[in-house]
Ligand binder design. Structure first.
Ligand SMILES: Cc1cc2nc3c(=O)[nH]c(=O)nc-3n(C[C@H](O)[C@H](O)[C@H](O)COP(=O)(O)O)c2cc1C
Length: 312
């Protein structure tokens, strides 16, 4: 199946799917597996710049296919990350969590393709003004840091698509072919998966956390930080419930005990509502092949339903 659109053509990928740039989760093995399968693996740039450089080099050892790097502007630990990704020959960057006007000109001058992650229409319009090549439009049901407005993908995606003329990739709530089809129907040209990719064989986290994703219901996430800065969506655990969605920072200091050691109560695990639809831990190649089959099946049954409904 050939997905021939602005996202796949410009980025040189076969499948219009990004894996989310998840710190300590999207290790090079996951990023490379996604790229090897024809989609877009993204290296998280939230880690120390030396770690990010090593990750980029390791991904390149593992695959010759295109991959990208995310720079979370507010959290990037060292401003030299921009120079580093350019020097390392990275061709695609997504920026998030901050004003794209700060980094886009330097990245574009160096010849990179830049997509910016946005949670509102206003942010989308500003990003387009700053010269980005595309947008990742992320609904409030997704994992991780969120806008205080928490607008859902279902509302935000078609709204942004109707007001911009750059390619849009949907994020938040997408975990399979049926939800990818919905994103395409709403006007996206691709989708980014976070929560779903966390529960893959190649994901860098402890098996206990992957199992927690499989076990989670759609109601088992909660928001933190609502009163102290950037809200974030995490797995609802006893620790998270006791902390009552307050300041996540003290707990996040122990995040590697949760991600690496599987101690779910030591810290907070970023997770999206779509965990309620994740039923297995599966390798990336199987997941992506299955997603394409599901997409084809869902599209075929929908189009025959619509044809019958409209024409009788
Ligand atoms: C563990 C984890 C870490 C994340 N870290 C980042 C990050 O550093 N930068 C970023 O832009 N998005 C980050 N995200 C958000 C994802 O990029 C993605 O947009 C989101 O997970 C999509 O929603 P979904 O979880 O419903 O698929 C993270 C998500 C998870 C699960």
């Amino acid at each position: 199946m050939g997905f021939d659109n602005d996202v796949t053509n410009k980025l040189g990928i076969d499948l219009p799917i990004f894996s989310a740039p998840m710190g300590w989760v999207a290790r090079p093995e996951l990023v490379a597996a996604v790229s090897e399968a024809g989609a877009m693996g993204l290296v998280p740039g939230s880690l120390p710049v030396d770690v990010v450089r090593d990750d980029i080099r390791r991904v390149r050892d593992l695959t010759a296919r295109p991959f990208g790097v995310n720079i979370p502007i507010a959290f990037a630990q060292d401003p030299s990350i921009v120079e580093m990704v350019v020097t390392e020959g990275v061709r695609f960057v997504t920026t998030s969590a901050g004003s794209p006007a700060r980094l886009t000109p330097a990245l574009k001058d160096a010849g990179l393709t830049v997509y910016h992650v946005v949670p509102t229409l206003e942010a989308a319009l500003k990003a387009v003004d700053s010269g980005v090549d595309g947008l990742v439009v992320e609904g409030g049901e997704g994992a991780g840091f969120k806008s205080p407005h928490e607008v859902s993908t279902m509302v935000l995606l078609p709204l942004v698509v109707s007001r911009v003329d750059v390619p849009v990739v949907a994020a938040g709530g997408i975990a399979d072919g049926r939800s990818l089809l919905a994103a395409l129907a709403l006007g996206a040209q691709g989708a980014q998966m976070g929560t779903r990719m966390l529960a893959t064989t190649e994901s860098g986290v402890h098996p206990g956390l992957k199992q927690a994703v499989v076990d989670a219901r759609e109601v088992d996430t909660m928001m933190f930080n609502r009163t102290v800065g950037r809200p974030m969506r995490v797995l609802r655990t006893a620790t998270a419930t006791a902390a009552d969605g307050g300041d996540a920072r003290p707990l996040l200091a122990e995040v590697r005990r949760t991600y690496d050691d599987g101690d779910l109560e030591a810290s907070l695990a970023q997770l999206g509502q779509v965990a309620g639809r994740v039923d297995d831990v599966v390798d990336v190649a199987t997941l992506l092949a299955r997603t394409v089959t599901e997409l084809e099946d869902a599209a075929a049954s929908l189009s025959s339903f619509v044809r019958v409904a409209v024409r009788g």
